[in-house]
Design a protein around this ligand. Structure first.
Ligand SMILES: Cc1ncc(COP(=O)(O)O)c(C=O)c1O
Length: 392
C-alpha cells in the first residue's frame, strides 16, 4: 500500500489523523484540475458557469457515501469552519446553555465559548474519563450537564486526542427528547466509520475530506437539517447574501462562494472516494474494517508492550488508538522543549502526536492506522517507548 502515497519511507508516519495524506493518483487528478483551471480561470471559477455544476457533481458523489440529500450538503474549508458557521449563526440568547465535552477539539470548544460569550450564554462541559468504560459513560456525562436552558449539544463523532468513537446516535436521541439541537463535529469520521446521516437525524454535521477520505487539503462538508438551513450562514458573508437565485437555495449559494478560493481539493474528492472504494472488493467498508482491525491489534501491542491496561471497548475504536502515559514520561524533567513527541521523531524517526492528558498529570500518545501503516511500525514504536519510558 505504501507505494500509493508520498510519505517518506524512512519515517514511521503514524499520524494520518492530524492532516491526512493524499494518494499520488489523487494528487495527479488534482494537478490536472489545476491545469484546467489555469487554462481558463473565469470559465472554471465563475460560480454560475462551471463551478457550481462541478460542485454539484461532487455533492452528489459525497451524498451517496454519507447517505444524505445533496441539497442539505454545503462545502466548507474544514471542520473548524463548519462548527464556526453553525455556532455563530445559532440564535443564542442570554442565559442559554451549550454543552460540550472535555474530549472536544480545542478549536471547536473555543468557537462555542466565543459564540456563548457574545450572547451572554454559557458553555457547560461534560467530563468524560479516559480511558472510558463504554458508550453509556459518555451519554451519562452529557446528560448530567443538560438543563432546561440547554439549547445545543456539540459533540465529536471521533474525538481528537483520545481517538474515541462517541455514541452520537444515543446522544442525539437524548438531546432531541428534550428539544435540544445537536451539532456533530465529525472531522475524522468519513472514511473511518460508516456514516448514514439520514438515519442519524442530527441537526448539523460537519467533517473533513482531507483526513480519512484522503482528499487533497483542504476541504470539508457541513450538512444542515433542512429546518435550520435558512438560519445557518457561512462565517464569511459574500455575494449570495443579496443576490437571489431562483433555482438555488441561499444555503448552497452562500457556502459555494465565500470569495475566491481553490476548488480543486473539492473537485478531486470523487477521485479520492473512488480510490478508497475500488481498492478492495468490499469497497470503503472493507478499507475501514482493515484499518479498524489494525487499530485493535496495535492497541493490544501497546498495552502489552507498555504494561498498561487500556480496555477501551472495540465499538469505541475506529482507526485511532490512544494510550495514556504519565505526564513527564519520556521527557527530561524541567525541559519544556524536550517532549516525548520530539524524542520519538528525532531519535527513532517516528511521527506520532503526544497531547495533553484528559486526566491530571497525564499525557496521551495517539497513533493513526491508515492503509499505508503496518504492525511492524507499531512494534518499533513500542520498542522506542519502552526505552524512553524505562519499561523493564
Ligand atoms: C474532532 C476534530 N474537530 C475538528 C478538527 C479540526 O480540523 P480542521 O483543522 O481541519 O478544521 C480536528 C482536527 O484534528 C478534530 O480532530
Amino acid at each position: 500500500m505504501k507505494q500509493h502515497w508520498k510519505i517518506d519511507p524512512r519515517l514511521d508516519f503514524l499520524n494520518h489523523g492530524s492532516f491526512g495524506a493524499v494518494p499520488t493518483v489523487v494528487l495527479q487528478a488534482q494537478q490536472a484540475f489545476r491545469d484546467e483551471l489555469e487554462s481558463d480561470p473565469i470559465r472554471y471559477l465563475a460560480p454560475e458557469r462551471e463551478l457550481e455544476p462541478k460542485l454539484d457533481y461532487v455533492r452528489d458523489v459525497l451524498s451517496e457515501l454519507i447517505v444524505a440529500d445533496a441539497a442539505d450538503l454545503a462545502f466548507v474549508l474544514n471542520a473548524t469552519a463548519g462548527v464556526n458557521a453553525v455556532l455563530r449563526s445559532f440564535p443564542l440568547r442570554d442565559g442559554d446553555e451549550i454543552v460540550v465535552t472535555n474530549h472536544g477539539y480545542n478549536a471547536c470548544n473555543n468557537a462555542a465559548h466565543y459564540a456563548a460569550e457574545r450572547a451572554g450564554a454559557i458553555v457547560r462541559t461534560a467530563e468524560i474519563p479516559f480511558p472510558v468504560g463504554g458508550p453509556g459513560q459518555v451519554v451519562d456525562a452529557i446528560e448530567q450537564q443538560l438543563s432546561d436552558r440547554t439549547r445545543m449539544v456539540m459533540v465529536d463523532h471521533v474525538t481528537s486526542s483520545t481517538g474515541l468513537v462517541f455514541p452520537v446516535q444515543a446522544i442525539t436521541d437524548l438531546a432531541h427528547a428534550r428539544n435540544i439541537r445537536v451539532l456533530v463535529d465529525g472531522a475524522h469520521a468519513p472514511g473511518m466509520v460508516p456514516l448514514n446521516l439520514a438515519e442519524l437525524g442530527v441537526d448539523y454535521y460537519t467533517a473533513n475530506h482531507h483526513k480519512w477520505l484522503c482528499a487533497p487539503k483542504v476541504s470539508g462538508f457541513l450538512w444542515v437539517h433542512p429546518q435550520w438551513q435558512s438560519e445557518v450562514r457561512p462565517t464569511i458573508i459574500s455575494h449570495a447574501a443579496n443576490r437571489p437565485r431562483p433555482n438555488r437555495s441561499r444555503f448552497l449559494a452562500e457556502f459555494d462562494w465565500q470569495g475566491t478560493f481553490d476548488p480543486t481539493p473539492l473537485v478531486a474528492l470523487p477521485h479520492a472516494i473512488e480510490f478508497l472504494q475500488s481498492f478492495y472488493a468490499g469497497g470503503i467498508d472493507e478499507w475501514m474494517a482493515i484499518n479498524h482491525n489494525r487499530a485493535l491489534d496495535s492497541l493490544a501491542l501497546l498495552s502489552a508492550g507498555l504494561g498498561i491496561d487500556v480496555s477501551t471497548p472495540a465499538e469505541m475504536i475506529g482507526s485511532l488508538v490512544t494510550v495514556p502515559l504519565p505526564l513527564h514520561a519520556g521527557s527530561e524533567a524541567g525541559n519544556a522543549n524536550d517532549s516525548l513527541q520530539q524524542r520519538l521523531r528525532e531519535h527513532y524517526r517516528i511521527e506520532c502526536p503526544v497531547f495533553a492528558g484528559i486526566e491530571p498529570e497525564s499525557q496521551l500518545l495517539r497513533i493513526s492506522l491508515q492503509a499505508y501503516n503496518d504492525l511492524e511500525q507499531v512494534k518499533r514504536l513500542v520498542v522506542a517507548l519502552r526505552q524512553e519510558l524505562d519499561v523493564t
